[in-house]
Design a protein around this ligand. Sequence first.
Ligand code: ANZ
Ligand code: ZN
Length: 570
Amino acid sequence: MQDKYNPSEIEMAVQSIWGQKDAYRVSEDPSKKKYYACSMLPYPSGKLHMGHVRNYTINDMLTRHLRMNGYNVLMPMGWDAFGLPAENAALKNNVPPAKWTYENIAYMKKQMKAMGLAIDWSREIATCDPSYYKWNQWLFLKMLDKGIAYRKTQTVNWDPVDKTVLANEQVIDGRGWRTGAVVEKREIPGYYLKISDYAPELLDQVQHNLPGWPDKVRLMQENWIGKSEGVRFAFMHDIKNEQGHLLNGGRMYVFTTRADTLMGVTFVAVAPEHPLAEYAGQRDAKIADFIVRCQQGGTTEAELAVKEKEGVNTGLFVRHPLTQELVPVWVGNYVLMTYGDGAVMGVPAHDERDFAFAIKYSLPIKDVVGVEGKDFDVTQWHDWYADKGAGVAKNSGLFDGLSFKDCVDKVAKELESLGLGEKKITWRLRDWGISRQRYWGTPIPIIHCEDCGAVPVPEKDLPVILPQDLVPDGSGNPLNKCDSFLRVACPTCAKPALRETDTMDTFVDSSWYFMRYCDPNNDDKMVDQGAAYWMPMDQYIGGIEHAILHLLYARFWTKVMRDLGCVQVD
Ligand code: ANZ
Ligand code: ZN
């Protein structure tokens, strides 16, 4: 025993013995108790930072402690190696992203080794390796086959500088999170995963089946899934198009969580992309202008919430379902096309946004919920106006005196008997758009043929390999200029066709890597016996910043793996 700790001597000596013995390599041993300590997959940005050191040290201590207590402990490591920063670095330094990435991996691995972490390096994975992303492609094709993946055109947030679609969280104050460029809305085709179908299950899991998770994370995920109970119903109208057909069959639907305030409606507001807005825009340049202006800037709910409420009167009217009164239709910048029906009933007395809107445009305000001892003041907003638990209906004819719940029930019944609507649960969770107009990611395994359309790459031709040597030049995706990648024969009719050049969101990569560590070299199955032994993880250490979407997507992805029979365990 030396009485002085001399790191350069002792660490080197010990680590070389560990290396010779392959001391931290583990295999599935049913006779021992297993423990799986996983760390969030690092992005190979260049050098380790203190956050990495902290996280890996926690798992390292745990691993060593449990090993000494006879456990069979797996502590793997890998690289979240696809994504934008590699392309940006490539652009700056004129080197292919692959080179930059692999050099960073080598450097960071050296740093981790110097730390003496008890990692089983035989299980190392890099998500940019074809042996890994092949399985992204494989599962995507299975999802496509089952209808869980689908192609559609949708309005997206477009960053004009990076020339890419941004997720809502990547738009900050109407600007791209990285470039600071004003975000535009664009219509482009892309692939989506039907995570919305899984919303009830995911919510149930968040609420009841994630022992040990911090409440903060639970709440964020709950809000993200966003279950909302309300009523969906139609305002009737007789607005006709050129051919004399009623627009949307003469029905303008809204979703409301406050059906009890139906008698307080003084206007309706539709999203700028709503068919009625479009109709009005075609007939009035001022309205068209307004719609275009709304299309610039941020589209997220958070952004719309802080934006000044603005609108324009369409001159159109719909009918109140119970009083038959004419209600004016406005276009409102605070109405989202992607939520509910893209239209709201405006109740200025009890909704803060509607209140601001009504004040600004001098629309009538009619209060229909009374709270004892408090007087409504039309000139000023008070939070109690929106407190649904506090009062009873008033100025509402046959609903007067009813509490919130009773009133909603009665209004819903009334609307139902008129054939106009019913109670409905609306979810905030949107389907997961996985297409990125980017080079450095998993190629989406699709071939576009003029005759056959979008044809899935046959399973035997997987993986679709991403060229490693392209250098982005800032003018969009270099795959579009790479003939050796781009030009292929159509798998169906053999005519010349073009490969899809969009790649997958890197959240796909990080949605299942923790399972791949269990069967890292399996070329026949995505995951297999190793996962059956090691999963579920016993300990996961990751950053809170990923806690909402990332983990939600991972649970969805692995759920689909389970549903499709790729994996037997949680
Ligand atoms: C009338 C009303 C009166 C509302 C009132 C609220 C208070 P959550 O809880 O988030 O589901 N809404 C519906 N669709 C919308 C859209 N596409 N864009 C923007 N707002 C929309 O919110 C539901 C409420 O959000 C709905 O209930 C509707 O406004 C609005 F005193 O209807 B409410
Ligand atoms: Zn074809």
